[in-house]
Structures are given as C-alpha cells and as structure tokens.
Design a protein around this ligand. Structure first.
Ligand code: CDP
Length: 225
C-alpha cells in the first residue's frame, strides 16, 4: 500500500559502485508508490552502443555523437527492462565489457549534458527516486532527501560478485574488486560532476546492513520529512 506523499517529491540516492543503490532505490520507490529512475543504466546504454558500433571509448567526439542520437527508454511494465533504440539491452548493459568502459564514456561533458537533460525531464514529472553518482550534487540539487550509500570496497565487491555469478558470468573476486576500484577512482576524479556526497546528504554505511534495513531507514527518513 502506498503511503501518502506530497506531489513532486524528489529523492536522490548516490554512491560508489556496488553500494546497493539500485536495489534499495527500487524498494523505496515501490514502498512509496514512486517512480524509479536508474541513471547508471543510461550511461551503460551509451557505453553498450559505443562498443557495438566499434567506436573507441577514448574517441570523445564519436562517443558524444552516439549519446546525442541514442534513444534510451525504460519499460516500466516489466521491471528493469532497458531499451537502446528500441532494442532490449537489459542484460547486455551489465556485461564485463560495459563495466570496463562505462566510466570513460560517463566522463565526457557532452554525454552527461544529454543524459542529465533527460533525467531532469523525468524528475519534473514528480515523485521520483533517482540513483546515480551526481543526483544530489548536480542533477537534482533541490532534491527533498539526499542519501549517499557507502560500504567497504571488499563488501561491495563480494555483493557484486554474487550478482554477476547469478547471471552465469564467470568472474573472480579479484576481477570484480579491480573493476569497482577502477570505476570508483575514475568516477571520483573526473572533471564533470565527480562522485561525492552532496553537502546536505545523509551518509549511510551499508557494510553490515541488509538491503531491506537500508530501504526501511530511507522510507522512514522520507516519511518524517
Ligand atoms: O550499479 P553500479 O553502481 O555498478 O553502476 P551504475 O549505477 O550502473 O553506473 C555505471 C557507471 O555510470 C558509473 O560507474 C559511472 O561512471 C556512471 N554514472 C555516472 O557517471 N553518473 C550517474 N548519475 C550514474 C552513473
């Protein structure tokens, strides 16, 4: 049953790779009858298309052109379904190749400009939970509640390894840990909208918390706001 909410509530959930943002954001949105937008999936779609078209992720001009012409859609009737120019790419955008290149692509100003524009249009429709890296700092600076989820790198790698293995992809713990550390470092050090908590963000360390405990904490913060 959805709780009674003010119209146009905007909730920002940011944090490093594997902190549990999307699982928690989805649970919070479901519990409160809000709309969920996975902004990481949008950067992943661009990265997927860049690779599919044989473009080098380092070619900023070509990558930016791809970002400008790609149609990204979410099919909300079916949980998690993401489309790139009408093609379902839900599992393809989680591949190890996309993991390796997405932070290169996400660092380009032109890519961010296009995707942020779409994200703000979606947020303006009201009652949205959005997760990413720059939601509280840049995309929705006026968000009603800003959460920054963290967890130890080892815990994040262990959680991500479990998710990856569940999809049948074979990766070692060390490979997953390296991927997470590389992306965190690129995401935190880039020039445009680097990963960092907004000044008014509530930081939640999820290392020893279960996802439903984190989601409950956020729901009660929202309900009492
Ligand atoms: O789920 P995970 O934390 O591994 O990553 P994600 O949320 O799917 O985001 C994938 C990548 O997209 C990140 O490593 C960032 O490089 C980029 N990203 C971003 O730059 N800004 C956002 N708002 C969301 C994602």
């Amino acid at each position: 049953m959805s709780k009674n909410l003010r119209k146009n509530l905007q909730i920002a959930i940011d944090g490093p790779a594997g902190a549990g943002k999307s699982t928690v954001a989805r649970m919070v949105a479901h519990e409160l009858g809000m709309f969920y937008l996975d902004t990481g999936a949008m950067y992943r779609v661009i990265s997927y298309k860049v690779l599919k078209n044989g473009i080098l992720p380092e070619d900023e001009l070509a990558v930016t052109r791809i970002a400008q012409e790609t149609e990204i859609t979410f099919d909300h009737r079916d949980r998690d379904v993401v489309l790139c120019d009408g093609e379902i790419v839900t599992s393809q955008i989680r591949s190890p190749e996309v993991n390796r290149t997405v932070s290169i692509v996400a660092a380009y100003a032109g890519v961010r400009e296009r995707l942020v524009k779409i994200q703000r249009v979606e947020a303006a429709k009201g009652n949205v939970v959005m997760d990413g890296r720059d939601i509280g700092t840049f995309v929705l600076p006026e968000a009603d509640i800003k959460i920054f989820l963290t967890a130890s790198t080892e815990e994040r790698a262990a959680r991500r390894l479990q998710e990856i293995q569940a999809t049948g992809i074979n990766m070692t713990y060390q490979q997953v840990l390296d991927d997470i550390e590389n992306r965190d470092s690129m995401d935190s050090q880039r020039q445009h909208s680097p990963l960092r908590p907004a000044e008014d963000a509530i930081i939640i360390d999820t290392t020893t918390l279960a996802v439903d405990e984190v989601a409950e904490k956020i729901v009660s913060l929202i309900s009492s706001s």
